[in-house]
Each structure stands twice: as structure tokens, then as C-alpha cells.
Design a protein around this ligand. Structure first.
Ligand SMILES: NC(=O)c1ccc[n+]([C@@H]2O[C@H](COP(=O)([O-])OP(=O)(O)OC[C@H]3O[C@@H](n4cnc5c(N)ncnc54)[C@H](OP(=O)(O)O)[C@@H]3O)[C@@H](O)[C@H]2O)c1
Length: 264
């Protein structure tokens, strides 16, 4: 597979790192180009990916092209590479937030196979969560290969585009909220005498294990909560105190605010 990246910022680098570490794509099969080579020269040297001379050269040398520029320049870049994208045609994979399949077809061509994605930053360690939506032109082996890139660096969820904003809050922004939870848990441990390093490691490991338990069991979180809450015990006392302080409301309000800001 020849994989091109237009835009080599934080998110492109996270995806590339995840793909190389997962051995899903070799560095020699990846070609990149961004606005200022100085910004990604070191990254290219460290990873061994190829430097493209221009956005057009990236498309010419790829079967799959990842559009990883900021939303404000995405339209201009798609117009710039439109004719090269349609030779083949190539498969366009966009990670640009807010850029719909319909807009991409209008800008780049109605016959182009396109996968719209919204990866989160955890793709860098092979534990990402990526929303995907394909247009009608993306079928068969090309579709499997395009989606397979994101399966190799975490999980994927096929969603209607109308749900991408909610997904962005639940998977794109939520790592920050989960770090916040881990820090709060660890701080409580410090309050009761643990050192911060131990407390953070314990809080993070328990968060990871509990997430795995939710994903691997067939039970909903409330059933799992009941399993660790003995009658009259300390866990139910803790749960009720957290809820009295508005735990669930705080989380839902946080997600509401994230979606509202995203839609503005
Ligand atoms: N950050 C996230 O968590 C996240 C999650 C999901 C999706 N996204 C989406 O991913 C995209 C990239 O985000 P990011 O955080 O990686 O942004 P970023 O770090 O600012 O990277 C943007 C990249 O685009 C390059 N660029 C700008 N204009 C260009 C042009 N005309 N031609 C070629 N390259 C150009 C920039 O080059 P210079 O550095 O030289 O200016 C830079 O390499 C955005 O559309 C965002 O919506 C981000």
C-alpha cells in the first residue's frame, strides 16, 4: 500500500507512529508533505517516512491519501490536488473535523471513493477510537483497506455523519476528561497518604482494567457496579457520596458543553 499524508501535524504524526509501530504500513510506503518542511523534518528522519515535494506529488505517489490539514485550508488543498486524486482514482481519507462527505465530493469530485474519519489521539499507541463514514464509491477491497488502517491502530465505529459531533466529545475530547478523573482519583489517594507517583499509576491501571472489563463482559456498567458494591459496604457509601456531589450530572454537563462549543 502506498499511503500519502497531506499535512504532517500532531494528528498525522500520531496516526503514522501508530501504523508503523503496528507494522500495518512500512515507513518506505508512506509519503508526507506539509506547509513547512522544517516542522516535520525531524519526524521524517526519525520514522523513515518519505518526503513528498508537494501536495500534488504526495497524491501522485499514493493509492490512499490522508487529508490531515487544519479545517481552514482543507477546501483549498482539495481543489489543488483534485485532478491527481481522480486519476485512478485514489482513495481519499479525511481526518478533518467538520468536513462532510458531500462537501468533499463537491470540492474533489463525485466519483472519488472517500472515507471520512475522526480518530482520537490514542491512535499513537495503537489504542485509538475512530469514527468512520464512507461515501457510495468506497466499496470492496479499497474500503476494507482504508478501514483496516484505523483497525490496526485501535477500534473503529461506523456512524452516520450527523453523530460525528457527539463522537468528537465522547472520544476526541474525553481523553482530557479521563485524565482529569485519573488525576482526581490519584489526588484522593495522596490526600490519604499515598505518594503521587504510586497513586497515579494505581488510578490509571484501575481505569484501564475497568474499561477492559466493560468491553470484554456482556454486562452494562451498572451491573458491574452492583458486583463491587456489597450491601452496607464502603463502595456503595462512596458511590452515593460521589453522586450527591453531582458526578453523573457533571459528566453529562461537560459533554453538553463540548458539543455546544463544537457546533458553534
Ligand atoms: N488534534 C486532534 O485531536 C484531532 C482529532 C481528530 C481530527 N483532527 C483533525 O485533524 C486535522 C489536523 O489536526 P492537527 O491537530 O494535526 O493540526 P496541526 O498540528 O495544526 O497540523 C496541520 C498540518 O497541516 C499542514 N498544512 C497547513 N496548510 C497546508 C497546506 N496548504 N498544504 C499542506 N499542508 C498544510 C500544517 O503545516 P505547518 O505545520 O507547516 O503549518 C500541519 O502539518 C484537523 O483538520 C483536525 O480537525 C484533529
Amino acid at each position: 500500500m502506498q499511503l500519502g499524508f497531506i499535512g504532517v501535524g500532531g494528528m498525522a504524526q500520531a496516526i503514522i507512529k501508530g501504523l508503523i509501530d503496528a507494522q500495518a504500513v512500512a515507513p518506505s510506503e508512506i509519503v508526507v508533505h506539509g506547509a513547512h518542511q522544517a516542522h516535520y523534518q525531524k519526524f521524517a528522519e526519525t520514522t523513515g517516512v518519505q518526503l513528498g515535494e508537494s501536495n500534488v506529488a504526495v497524491v501522485q505517489n499514493s493509492d490512499f491519501v490522508v487529508l490531515a490539514v487544519t479545517p481552514n485550508v482543507a477546501a483549498e488543498v482539495l481543489k489543488e490536488v483534485r485532478s491527481e486524486l481522480n486519476e485512478g482514482p485514489k482513495v481519499l481519507i479525511s481526518i478533518v473535523a467538520g468536513l462532510s462527505l458531500q462537501t468533499m465530493e463537491e470540492l474533489a469530485g463525485y466519483d472519488l471513493p472517500i472515507l471520512r474519519t475522526l480518530p482520537n489521539v490514542n491512535v499513537a499507541i495503537g489504542a485509538g477510537m475512530t469514527a468512520i463514514a464512507a461515501n457510495e464509491n468506497l466499496t470492496g477491497a479499497k474500503r476494507a483497506d482504508a478501514e483496516g488502517l484505523f483497525d490496526a491502530i485501535g477500534s473503529t465505529s461506523e456512524l452516520p455523519e450527523s453523530d460525528f459531533s457527539t463522537f468528537s466529545a465522547l472520544a476526541g475530547s474525553s481523553p482530557a476528561y479521563i485524565y482529569f478523573f485519573i488525576d482526581a482519583l490519584s489526588r484522593a489517594g495522596v490526600k490519604h497518604g499515598l505518594n503521587k507517583q504510586d497513586a497515579t499509576r494505581i488510578a490509571a491501571a484501575v481505569t484501564e482494567g475497568s474499561a477492559k472489563m466493560v468491553l470484554q463482559s456482556k454486562q452494562i456498567p451498572f451491573d458491574l457496579i452492583d458486583q463491587v458494591s456489597s450491601p452496607g459496604g464502603s463502595t456503595v457509601a462512596g458511590l452515593l457520596a460521589m453522586e450527591e456531589a453531582g458526578f453523573m450530572t457533571a459528566v453529562v454537563k461537560g459533554i453538553d458543553a463540548t458539543i455546544k462549543r463544537d457546533q458553534e
